[in-house]
Design a protein around this ligand. Structure first.
Ligand code: DON
Length: 304
């Protein structure tokens, strides 16, 4: 399939929506990004790369880091991971605390903040180099050795982490966390503050479209069954309380972040990342969701 004209058409048709939505500013450093940015990169398992707009501009990956942190935890713990964190959509905002009390401090899934804090606890406990493990994984997956934490975003995030701290201490009160809360908050916040481009992120997610193997290096990240399972979790939980609407419109497993990025995976074929910082009410990129809806419509590719 010729993806280049499809990306061009999406970039043209999306113009009236550019700048709509609200740039996240609860982490002040994120609020400094211009709302009019738009980029998209699609990479195929056969080695093609197609990009449009600001596809090579770095942005804050934010909650997209949760997908790769979960990959590391799943590699280490396998099915044991699900004793610590659930696999159901939360139906609540990504930073909500309410369910935690009813459900004895066990978060619904690894892609909401509470779940990602548990995953970070697992990493801190089980990986000797937990501080740098995610950056190293992302460098290997994307083939880009320059990927790094944006220190200004990391600082900003740490200074405004009251809600995440509250969540972590609340889970600690149920004895659900093993390492000190401040260490978990530090590693979690730095992982969210990693900066990557659409091209980097599409490449990083490509192993999920390729049965768990990184196409460019041949490295196996996950066996086929865990790869399927992680993708299934993206489908049901990757876009928070909007996961139902997202799957209805787009039809692909995906993971979003409040930096405005969304990665999505077409099993057996390609991975895509779209970036535009204006968010909808659920914290997903407003333009990004529309662009992905058009991508699956125009290509005729989705998992359904
Ligand atoms: O912890 C936070 O709130 C942010 N670092 C990440 C949240 C996020 O990206 C949720 N995504 N839509």
């Amino acid at each position: 399939m010729d993806y280049a004209p499809i990306l061009q058409r999406i970039a043209a048709d999306i113009q009236p929506l550019i700048g709509k939505g609200r740039v996240a500013d609860y982490i002040p450093e994120l609020g400094k990004v211009r709302a009019t940015r738009f980029g998209m990169a699609l990479v195929t398992v056969t080695g093609e790369t197609h990009t449009i707009g600001d596809a090579d501009e770095r942005f804050s990956i934010q909650s997209i880091s949760k997908l790769f942190a979960c990959t590391l935890a799943f590699q280490r713990l396998g099915e044991e991971l699900w004793k610590r964190v659930g696999r159901e959509p939360s139906g609540n905002a990504f930073n909500s605390l309410v369910q935690l009390e009813y459900e004895q401090g066990i978060p619904r899934n690894p892609f909401i903040n509470a779940g990602a804090l548990v995953v970070t606890d697992v990493l801190c406990r089980n990986l000797p180099g937990a501080d740098t493990a995610l950056v190293e994984l992302l460098r290997r997956l994307s083939g880009n050795d320059t990927i790094a934490v944006d220190e200004r975003v990391a600082r900003s995030e740490l200074e405004h982490a009251a809600r995440n701290r509250a969540m972590a201490y609340f889970m600690k009160s149920f004895e659900r966390l093993e390492v000190p809360v401040e260490r978990i908050i530090d590693v979690y916040s730095r992982n969210c503050a990693i900066a990557m481009s659409c091209t980097d992120l599409a490449r990083a997610a490509l192993f999920l479209a390729n049965g768990g193997v990184v196409p460019h290096s041949g490295e196996r990240i996950l066996a086929p069954s865990p790869t399927k399972r992680l993708s299934a979790l993206m489908l049901t939980c990757g876009t928070y309380d909007a996961a139902g609407d997202f799957v209805y419109r787009v039809g692909l497993p995906a993971k979003s972040g409040v930096g405005g990025g969304i990665v999505a995976v077409m099993p057996g074929a390609w991975a895509v990342c779209v970036w535009s910082p204006g968010l909808d009410a659920s914290g997903n990129s407003l333009v990004g969701v529309q662009a992905l809806e058009w991508l699956t419509t125009l290509t005729g590719h989705s998992i359904f």
